[in-house]
Design a protein around this ligand. Sequence first.
Ligand code: GLU
Length: 428
Amino acid sequence: MSATATTHPLDKLSTFEAVNHHLKAAARRLELSDKEVHLITRPYRELKVELPVHLDNGEWAIFPAYRVQHNNVRGPFKGGLRYHPSVTEDEVRALATLMTWKTSVVNIPFGGAKGGVACDPKKMSEDELERLTRVLVRRLDVIVGPTVDIPAPDVNTNPQTMAWFVDEWAQVASYHPGVVTGKPLEIGGSKGRNEATGLGVLVTGLDAMKRLGMKVEGSTVVIQGFGNVGSFAAKFFHEAGMKVLAVSNSLGGVFNARGLDVPNLIRYSELNRDLGKFHGGEPISNADLLELRCDVLAPSALDNAINAKNAPKIDTKLIVEGANSPITAGGDQVLTERGIHIVPDILANAGGVTVSYFEWVQNLQNYYWSQDRVLQELTDILHTAFDEVATAAEQNQVSWREAAFIVAVRRVVAAQRLRWYGYGKKHH
Ligand code: GLU
């Protein structure tokens, strides 16, 4: 039997098509016309460039790069920039689309965008990454800006990347810290931004556990990914009294049935990439980790980790999507049919962009908040968003994912109908 013969039909969708598969179910419930669905699915603008970058060995290399601006009816385009070998136009388009729904579901005044460079940052020096970032800023200069499109860190980019961005933007346009978020504190970053996404995974995860009547103390959690999202999620779940059974990064993971010593593991991971060699547990592959029996599973690495093939073997009650699009449309269908609850990415990992919003507000006002204020306002926003989604799910008898799309799409469509001349009357 060929591989395609066994592939679930929904898993044949591209990542962009898969996002729109979820969206279309919500659009049907909201009784949107085909034209309106077309308008909210297609990106507003897409930029595709090739970045010539001077390498340390004296050669040049060319890296394809994309910035997709999906929708800005509720505010400036907003979304991260990722550096990864698997970046494609379709993936960036899907991730840009998810940002529109993410900013809408948590009701912050932004639209959605995403950028990506197809490169392997693990094989590049710091100087090469700086040059790459600066060339990228020069290619993006006319379509970004503090009231136009505001990038932020994503996979393999970080506050240092954002610092280079601000500096290069100052050379080609003008100095304004609000041109990007996720900056270092010294140049206008916000307190709490680093841990925000991981904290959001905890807050929405605990809200979901409460709704499902699950006990927190002593329950078990497995986390795929140990980058910015996964490492903070592990720390917060551990501090909440849960047992972190396993974590992993792209090289593999570590498992301990009695629960990992998370503070020690975090210290270990600052110096060592190979988590499998951590003394407080045994090595485990990424594939096996996903199938461990646990109460909560938080896939917080890359997209499409769970698909229709491994979904039947997932042994958990609740999935909290720390990553963007970690479950394919086919995987989602299998898991939902099996009664596994999923807090969808656009809600579960919205903590990052929410604190990005606070950072941008602080930059515009030149007035900086305390860590307590940031974390309190973040928690309030996420509780409200979770309640709205859970209520919509109950009212419509749909999954939390479909409900999140209902809440998000309703807001974007309402803004679109108000802003576009004559459109409010003619869209039917
Ligand atoms: N890259 C993060 C995300 O996917 C954060 C985006 C932002 O802060 O603009 O949500």
